[in-house]
Design a binder for this molecule. Structure first.
Ligand code: ADP
Ligand code: MG
Length: 680
């Protein structure tokens, strides 16, 4: 059966290229898209008694005008029209700004109906709309659509009306009846009509509920299908590692694993042994010891004669991991770095030794899974700081035919609501415990006028043999300013701390060789104070550094501050974090206070979510979070949880193979190849 509703909007009469383009800007391509283009709010003028009107609420009132309206001009083109009117025996003021011509519409003794914003304290309404007489019925609930470009609200209202009149008959229910009944959700056609032309707020509420659930269910289903597909059992995917060797390696480490590390390791190794493809996230706060868990797992892969790719977001982190692995493995396995600084002949040689299987582990940035790199026997991929990769990027590996086990790692603990959204396609292991003997990092918030004392504190820490980081303000709009800031601060501190203390400078613009050199000097304590931009945010591990100073700390999110703070307190020496900040608003102050009160990354991420919203949690650009249109993952978290559980049932109990579920599954993907994959 062919559905006209799936056709392009241009099949509608009167929609030519120009209108089509304007609608495309709103994301509307097909007639169905029109149906799903929902209002983001509704206007409704309902008359209520004066005492029921709330402060700043949009209200409608009727009354009789007393006295003459008074028009005054001020500024260049500004005017203010003041009316007095009698409403329920009380005198109320009405104000109309910048519409001087309105004066002639009001006369003493007239009855008028006014709509606008209500000021309860002044008994005053700022008028948007007015009409003569009283209104008989309350006005209809008017949809207000989110707009972009040239399309006007009224055009959309008319277009939608037309579409609904002709095509709503084609809106076929695809949610299985079971859910509609259980959750008392209105059927598709009815709900679409309610969204655009609400008959009552009650009905509208139910229609919205339906679309929130629908949106979450479709998303979660996709995630669960990906998860299932990514975990698919492959013959030959078993990694037959040598258990004794792995245990021996674990035993000779300079410390004993925490219980949480042991548990995560066991989960990873179980995935390896199984024919299922591992698609697992290792989540753990900064300093909880994820790297060593990764090291043991990768060693297991190597004992099974597999090669390992270890992917990281920055070169500094690549160096850092190389350093850690070298320390633990000595020369027993062959580890190579593939970064921008490996060039020309060296790079070619490296490619060769990867291809012929000489190299066991390659650590590098994105380049690792691209283009010229061919492995002889890639069996295990580790992706560190995975929050920088979204769902789609995660599927790239699978789509590229890399069927090796994949372990993702992240140091960003995120609230459960977000984690089931962002990571719903993965299995998750958590390290929710710090290695013993760690001292809590003492965090202080000070104003900028204390800078001199902060400098004294640096001197004191350095005098007792320790080191410090000084982080420059974050300038989001400009990378240039970021690095100029770093240079200025570096110059200032070099002077202030001369001659006994060596200061180093680190920022993203330095050539790789210089970055390596600076980190090397900091690691070996040739430099005692490192001035840096946020490039050192993740992964850097210099246990002798005990002091973290963050400039203009109010500009960072809590999770990011926590990451930065995690650069110290990595050994058993008492460490400190100083937040230099003069936040203006209450929220800013609250954030600084929270930082001084807790070291728990999980708690901080929840607070961050509360204070700043989900977009900011990972940094706006690559949140890895989908953009929901109707649902709000915070506000509607219960619907999200429900949808997730339903999706799991559908996928893992093979419900989707029954007829009632076919329309639903068809909504997930029209890719028949994927469907076939899934349907077997
Ligand atoms: P993460 O990557 O989770 O931020 P790391 O793996 O860098 O943390 O570990 C932080 C530090 O703790 C490293 O110096 C590491 O060697 C050390 N470490 C890891 N596990 C333990 C443990 N169980 N006991 C003591 N120290 C540990
Ligand atoms: Mg790490």
């Amino acid at each position: 059966m062919i559905f006209l509703i799936d056709e392009s909007i241009t099949t509608l009469t009167g929609i030519g290229d120009k209108t089509k383009q304007q609608l495309n800007v709103l994301g509307i391509d097909t007639i169905l898209d029109v149906c799903y283009y929902f209002p983001n709010r509704y206007d409704h003028y309902e008359q209520k008694a004066l005492q029921e009107l709330g402060q700043n609420e949009k209200v409608t009132i009727s009354g009789t005008i007393i006295g003459q309206p008074n028009l005054t001009f001020y500024g260049k083109k500004k005017s203010r029209l003041l009316l007095h009117l009698q409403v329920e025996g009380i005198t109320v003021k009405g104000i109309i700004f910048n519409r001087p011509y309105a004066k002639k519409h009001f006369e003493e003794g007239q009855t008028v109906t006014l709509s606008g914003k209500w000021d309860q304290h002044r008994l005053q309404i700022t008028i948007d709309q007015y009409q003569q007489g009283t209104i008989q019925n309350n006005s209809p609930i008017t949809p207000i659509y989110p707009l972009k470009g040239e399309v006007k609200n009224i055009q959309l209202v008319k277009l939608i009306q037309r579409v609904l009149d002709t095509y709503s008959i084609e809106l076929e229910e695809f949610l299985p009846e079971e859910y509609l009944i259980n959750y008392k959700l209105p059927p598709l056609r009815e709900a679409i009509i309610e969204m655009h032309q609400p008959s009552s707020f009650q009905a509208l509420k139910h229609a919205k509920r339906r679309f929130i659930y629908e949106e979450f269910l479709l998303f979660q289903l996709k995630m669960q299908f990906f998860r299932k597909r990514n975990r698919e059992a492959l013959s030959g995917n078993e990694v037959v590692y040598e258990e004794e060797k792995v245990k021996a390696f674990e035993r000779q480490l300079p410390f004993i694993l925490t219980d949480a590390q042991k548990k995560s390791l066991a989960e990873i190794l179980a995935d390896m042994r199984s024919p299922f493809r591992m698609n697992r996230l290792l989540q753990g706060d900064v300093g909880s010891g994820k790297t060593v868990v990764a090291a043991i797992s990768l060693y297991a892969a190597i004992t099974a004669n597999k090669q390992v790719a270890f992917m990281v977001p920055t070169e500094i982190l690549a160096e850092q991991h190389l350093h850690s692995l070298k320390e633990w493995f000595k020369d027993n396995i062959k580890i190579r770095l593939l970064t921008g600084s490996v060039k020309g002949k060296k790079r070619k040689e490296l490619y060769e030794s990867i291809q012929n299987g000489e190299v066991d582990v390659v650590i590098g940035t994105h380049a690792l899974i691209q283009g010229d790199v061919h492995f002889k026997n890639l069996g295990f991929v580790i992706i560190d700081e995975q929050h920088r990769f979204g769902v789609n990027q995660r599927n790239v590996l699978r789509d590229k035919g890399i069927l090796a086990d994949v372990l993702f790692m992240t140091a960003t603990p995120i609230p459960r609501t977000l984690s089931i959204t962002a990571y719903g396609d993965m299995d998750v292991s958590k390290i929710n415990q710090m290695p013993s003997g760690r001292k809590t990092i003492e965090t202080y918030w000070v104003k900028h006028n204390m800078f001199a004392r902060v400098v004294d504190f640096i001197k004191k820490e350095v005098a007792s043999g320790h080191q410090a980081y000084v982080i420059c303000p974050l300038i989001e709009e400009s990378e240039n300013l970021d690095y100029q800031n770093a240079i200025d601060l570096f110059t200032e501190l070099t002077q202030l701390l001369a001659p006994n203390i060596q200061v180093g400078l680190m920022h993203g613009r330095l050539p790789s060789e210089e970055k390596d050199e600076v980190m090397e000097h900091f690691s070996s304590n040739k430099i005692q104070v490192l001035v840096s931009t946020t490039v050192i945010e993740v992964g850097v591990n210099v246990p002798n550094a005990t002091l973290m100073i963050i400039n203009d700390a109010e500009r960072f999110g809590l999770s990011q501050l926590h990451q930065l703070r995690g650069r110290v307190g990595r050994g058993d020496i008492q460490s400190y974090c100083i937040l230099l900040a003069d936040p203006k608003g209450e929220v800013g102050k609250e954030r600084m206070r929270i930082m001084t009160e807790t070291n728990d990354g999980f708690l901080l991420s929840e607070k961050d979510l509360e204070l700043r919203g989900p977009g900011d949690l990972f940094g706006n650009k690559q949140s890895g979070l989908p953009d929901f249109k109707v649902g709000d993952i915070i506000h509607d978290h219960r619907a999200l949880e429900t949808a997730r559980q339903d999706a799991i049932d559908i996928v893992y109990q093979n419900k989707w193979k029954t007829e009632a579920y076919i329309p639903l599954v068809n909504k997930i993907t029209s890719d028949t190849k994927i469907l076939k994959d899934l349907l077997n």
